[in-house]
Design a protein around this ligand. Structure first.
Ligand code: PEP
Length: 261
């Protein structure tokens, strides 16, 4: 079992006071969890404040997006060095909401992943099919294309820290979770693709998260699948109890499987 990641995507929720409160609650409850990588991704405006609160804790800070240039006349955009300067260690790239509402493509995802890695942060690259694509039995083709194009041009040394999140679009924010079997099938295909594109070594080390209506009631079954290495959690990360429960259940599972530290 690879060391799991539980990442909370707060999307466009939480003003600064609410972000501080939620961060405090999570910090207090999970300070002694040491076998799971815990990540939270607040909105941009809260990153600096929350980043300060996470110094010397076991919780890592993520942004939800970035621009690929280092700096310049790009009104409204945020660069990776800026994210780094407020303490971000991760950046979510290519979330389906960004693809759907903000015109992200595999090409922009590719440029952003490059910018994140060049600045020594960790990209969480999201892929996943729509309901229509699943019903047309195109899931595997769509996901393979997204991974291949998202990573086009990178050599293996570049991708040591890369995290991939498989998030079926029909399961995000809908309360419909992919069954563990459905998720495992796609995770295994992604892992195999990484082996074909790169190596056995990278494919066995890369962490692939599942996202799509993960909650405290389904996390254990998902985490029991061989190729699922954690969760990218939206709705259930907005209230401390649910997110903490997901982290603790994942941690207990790791302890059972002998993963410590
Ligand atoms: C997400 O935002 O990445 C997500 C998976 O959302 P939810 O858990 O609400 O489906």
């Amino acid at each position: 079992m690879r060391r799991p990641i539980i990442a909370g995507n707060w999307k466009m929720y939480k003003n600064v006071n609410e972000a501080v409160e939620l961060t405090n609650e999570i910090k207090r409850a999970v300070f002694n969890v040491n076998n799971v990588d815990i990540v939270i991704a607040p909105p941009f405006v809260n990153l600096s404040e929350v980043g300060d609160m996470l110094l010397e804790t076991n919780i890592r800070l993520s942004a939800q997006n970035c621009y690929w240039e280092q700096e310049g006349a790009f009104t409204g955009e945020i660069s990776v060095p800026m994210l780094k300067s407020v303490g971000c260690q991760y950046v979510i790239i290519g979330h389906s909401e960004r693809r759907k509402y903000f015109g992200e493509t595999d090409c922009t995802v590719n440029k952003k992943v490059a910018a994140v890695i060049e600045n020594e942060l960790i990209p969480i690259m999201c892929v996943g099919e729509t309901l229509e694509e699943r019903e047309a039995e195109k899931t595997l083709e769509v996901v393979k294309t997204q991974v291949t194009e998202g990573l086009a041009g990178f050599d293996e040394a570049y991708l040591k820290t890369l995290v991939i999140a498989y998030e079926p679009v029909w399961a995000i924010g809908t309360g419909k979770t992919a069954t563990p079997g459905q998720a495992q099938e796609v995770h295994a295909v992604i892992r195999n693709l990484i082996k074909d594109l790169y190596s056995e070594n990278l494919s066995s080390e890369i962490r692939i998260l599942y996202g799509g209506s993960v909650n405290p009631g389904n996390i254990e079954n998902l985490m029991n699948e061989t190729d699922i290495d954690g969760g990218l959690i939206g709705g259930a990360s907005l209230k401390s109890e649910g997110f903490i429960d997901i982290i603790k259940k994942t941690s207990n599972l790791c302890t059972k499987k002998g993963i410590e530290e």
